[in-house]
Design a protein around this ligand. Sequence first.
Ligand code: NAP
Length: 243
Amino acid sequence: MDMKGKIVLVTGANGGIGGALVKGLLERGVAKVYAAARSVEAVIELKHCDERVVPLRLDVTHAASVAAIAEQCRDVDLLINNAGVNRCVALLDSAGMESAREEMEVNFFGTLAMCRAFASVLAARNGVMVNVCSIIGLVNLPVNGTYCASKAAGHSLLQGVRAELAPRGVRVIGVYPGPVDTRMTAGQEMPKATPAEVATAILAGIENGEEDIFPDPMSQAVHGKLVLDPKQVVREFAAMVPA
Ligand SMILES: NC(=O)c1ccc[n+]([C@@H]2O[C@H](COP(=O)([O-])OP(=O)(O)OC[C@H]3O[C@@H](n4cnc5c(N)ncnc54)[C@H](OP(=O)(O)O)[C@@H]3O)[C@@H](O)[C@H]2O)c1
């Protein structure tokens, strides 16, 4: 996809990866970016930097909010479903049920609501949909057990939506980052890619027509191992069980 002159909607645009995506899209010459966030104030700054940014309020878990944005943004060529939440909780933790429900609500049901709301918009414009999944949606990391389960659901959602939208001329791309240095991983000591690096790799993948994007060295390494020996990767991640 050549991004020049395109109209794009990014959810979670005030977040680390979302903000970097907006900047990268502007550098690539898009005509307009709808920068959607739960609080419009959080994305007003982006508008001050570039007139092509249209800040919009969006909570992906509220049906009325999703319907309103779909009604307003009928000209979208590229939808990037990036909004997500990670409570960093293990499945059997005392907060496990609550976290699992919240993460499913945002990462699965919220993404599904956006896919449904924009299916016809994108079909009318031969558009592209990008869902930001996670490498730990492909293998469970116990310390983030509930999040991983929601991202695994997001991975399955992606496959299904891709199949349903292909005959309607819409390409659906999955993104599977490893750890990225954003609010989501604050306080967690590990090697992390920068949001700018990840956004650059995502946008390059979209331009190059990739179907699945592994945007950083960690996700590429884990994906490579998953292809060769998935059971061994599951064992290695299981060994990182929280104390
Ligand atoms: N950071 C990582 O290591 C990593 C790795 C793999 C995948 N990912 C995925 O990458 C995406 C972006 O995450 P990030 O790392 O950039 O984290 P982030 O900085 O915390 O950004 C997450 C964004 O999602 C938004 N969001 C949360 N709940 C929402 C809702 N109900 N409706 C609309 N927006 C909502 C947040 O808005 P508020 O400011 O209002 O909360 C924020 O803008 C997520 O899908 C995440 O799962 C991240």
